[in-house]
Every structure is written in structure tokens, then in C-alpha cells.
Design a protein around this ligand. Sequence first.
Ligand code: TYM
Length: 370
Amino acid sequence: MTMVVTPWEVRGEIDYDRLIREFGTKRITPELLERIKKHTGDLHFLLRRGIFFSHRDLDWILDEYEKGNKFYLYTGRGPSENVHIGHLVPWVLTKWLQDRFGAKLYFQMTDDEKYLFKRNLELEEANRLAYENALDVIALGFDPDKTFIFSDIDYAKTLYREAIKVAKRLTLSTAKAVFGFKNSNNVGEIFFTSMQAVPAFLESVKTGRNVPCLIPYAIDQDAHFRVARDILPKLGFYKPAAIHSKFVPGLLRGGKMSASDPRSAIFTVDDPETVRKKISAAFTGGRDTAEEQKKLGGRPEICSVFRYFEFFFEEDDRKLEEIFSECRSGSRICGDCKEELAKKVIGFLEDHQKKRERARDVLEKFIVRD
Ligand code: TYM
């Protein structure tokens, strides 16, 4: 299947080297990781394992930081459904970066985007989900004094006056070329990228001086920031820097974990029974029979269960390596491996769901609105 990677669709076998070439980003090199480590003392496993694999101007962000010009962070969520484990990946690294660099974070909830792009989603529902999804963000432990979460709808007065400055410099032909829009797209969809650009310079607007911005996201969102990087210098701001993650794959064969196919995704609000069922149906790299598996070994490279350990549920590199080699050698059977993963997922979710409920009491500490 041909590869498609846009902010609204990810499909086919993902070739990350090709994305680096086609999107014109840079690979995160061991040298760059060493430079980060100089400031952070250690490296998050998402960096060590190359799950964050690509960037734009991360070296420049570090140059500025070393000169005493601190950066702020920006990331976001399109609230159309519950949050799934894949969404948490960029947020977990964002939280680590906030802790290690003492950075402020703007977190955008694009309820406007989801209303415009999803045929059956009402505006009130997208707006409600913005605050429900914010609970998942807060549950990850962001610093309430340094984190600003907002719904586009409820922060529109602040955002709109900046968004139109972007929109004025974005032609329809560029929007079509970058996003593949057709004449049948509604005009809100065409405008929307201007809203996603704003938090990439909002701190500069607020402080009245240019502040570098670093945006962590999975590489599907990149088109928005190619446009933003083109236009922001014309408004007198820095180009935003970015750091890109790979996709947590779906539980089924092929594609990324996606909220639009609930069977492919583990949601943060799933109960243990649902988690067990989904994981037991997951695509693995196992052989047809246990006998064959013992003889030939499994294929962790193509196994979604292995990927969950790698991306989220096994922080210890040595243990991950053990899982890999046991699978390869045939001594690890898929049923046991799935059970082990299910236990870890259920344990994580139990804790996350508690924190998520507690987040309701402190939600307003994080929210900014007009
Ligand atoms: P959304 O809600 O589609 O996705 C939220 C974040 O999760 C990433 N993501 C994934 N990461 C790993 N594995 C997956 N399977 C997976 N699926 C999604 C996305 O790349 C994103 O980082 N328009 C945006 C919201 C937004 C935003 C931003 C995102 C507004 N401003 C700035 C990133 C940075 C959206 O709909 O994201």
C-alpha cells in the first residue's frame, strides 16, 4: 500500500528515511543526542531508542539555549475522541523536556479543527472533548505554573488576531500544494493551519521579544509547521524548531494507532477487560503454531506487541533487549507476551485514570481563555 502521511491521514508502510527526504527534515544524530545530554544529564528512552528520529533546527535551539536564550515548548491535540496511547508519546517527551530545560509549554486543543474536518462532530462536543482530553495531559504531571492549555474556541480572541496575520501571507495555491486541498474542502479547513501556527510565536507576542520555540509532535503534523516556518520570519519571528516522533502502530496489522478505528487503539479510559480483549486480538510477529515458533523464532521487528514495550511500556533497555532476543530465539510465546503487556498496560492505566480524575480539581490552574 502506498504511504500517505498527512495531518489527517496516515496509511501504508511508513518509510521514515523517505519522510526525512521528502519533508526536508534532519535525522537526530548521536552527536546531537550527546549535546542534549550535556544539559539534561541523561537521555529519555524515546530519544535513546530513536523513536524521536528527526528534527528541524534542534541544533539552533541548543545554540540559543547555550547563549542564555531559553526556548519554550508548544504541542497540541485535536479533540475528537478519547486520547489513546499513541498521543501520549509526544506529550511524555514534552514533559521531560519541560522538566529538564525548565521550559514553559503552550498546549493547543484544536476543537475548531476537529469541528471543521469531522463531518459528524458538533462544535459543542469538540469543545467538551478539549477539556476531557486536557485531563490526560495534566495527568502526565506537567508543571501548573509553566503550562498553558487552551481550546481554540475559548481563546479565540487572543489567537484570531495573530492567525489572520499568518492567513494574509498564505495563498490558496500554497495551501492546496502543501495539504492537498480540493475545491470541495470547506473554507474553514483551508484557513485552519493559520490557527495551528499561532502558538509557535505566541510567547514572542506576549513578551514583546523573540523567544525560540520547540515543537514536539509525531511527523504527521509536519505540513502545518512547514507552512509556519515559511511565514513566521515574514512577521518578524523565529522559525519554530521541531522534534518528530515515529508512530505507535495500530494493534491490528498495518497503519498507526488511530482513534478512528477503536480496535486499533488502546484509549486512556479503557477498562481492564477491554484492554485484555484488544491485546489478545493484536497482530504479532508470531508463527502459525507454537511448535513453529519454537523452531523458527518470532519476528519482533514486525510485532505490534513488541512495539508497545519499545514505545511506552518497558523503560529498561536491558529488559527490552531480553524480550527481543527471547522472541527471536523462540523461547517467548505470543500468548505469554501478550499477557505480560496487558498487565503492564492495565497497571499504567489504573494509575493514569486516578491521576486523570484528580486532574478535574486542578484543571482551571492549567487553562487559559479569553
Ligand atoms: P492529534 O490529536 O491528531 O494528535 C495529537 C498528537 O499525537 C501525535 N500522534 C501520534 N504519536 C505517536 N503515535 C501515534 N499513533 C500518533 N497519533 C497521533 C500527533 O502527531 C500529535 O503530536 N492538529 C493537531 C493538534 C495540534 C498539534 C499542535 C499537534 C495543534 N497544535 C502542535 C502537535 C503540535 C492534531 O489533531 O493532533
